[in-house]
Design a protein around this ligand. Sequence first.
Ligand SMILES: [Zn+2]
Length: 256
Amino acid sequence: MISENLKTSAFILRCFSYSESDLIVTFYSNDFGKVQGIAKGAKKSKKRFVNVFEPFSLTKIIFSRKKPDSLAFINSCEIIDHYCDIREDLEKTLTASYFTDLTDHFSPEGKVNKKIFELLNNFLLLLSEEKVTEATLRFFEMRLLKLAGFEPALDHCVRCKAPVTNGESYYFYPREGGIKCAACAEPERYEQPISTGTVRTLLLGKEMDINKIKMVSLSGASATECRSILIGFITHVLGREIKSLKVMEQVRNMCL
Ligand SMILES: [Zn+2]
């Protein structure tokens, strides 16, 4: 039995050709979490689906399906926001693609999480209006990890549980999901300590009002440390590198 028509707002995560005329589309919806569906005839139909399945577009989708875990049949898809301001700028486009890619990687199908939908919404609006900064990237990662249930422990040493203290050095252990104080870490000579300032910045970025992110300037050592913690952790959790991150960083390095 096919379900009634289900209606939701959704961000397009990715889309690929399935046959001569059909597309398989993965979207992150407000009401049903991540859903994979087929848009029959989408490559031929000029009326029903015109350029609607581009990554990170916000859409209104109507679909039906047999069971919650079966492939959805996409009946219609309309654009709510195409984010033209983002698409006019290569760096912003690659950043938005990275955000949707990361959301895709951290979202099991069918698990509803309205806060993740809201996170994407807020950060795409931020990208529309402001320049891409290190803080935008790292705070998105930090918040997504938290909402997806993979928040690294950064406010205390994972071994002795002592809270982060100013002036101390810390070491990050992706496998153990957090930082250790110098006494517990027994660092090798090549390991780089992380400053308390970096740890505090990431903790702050997790909760900070979205409108204040543009005022945060992460630079030099702090930017390097933040990236090393978060990307190291994300790569460890996912068990692989993220291609869209590499592409985005290559372009950012060329532009800077
Ligand atoms: Zn310790």
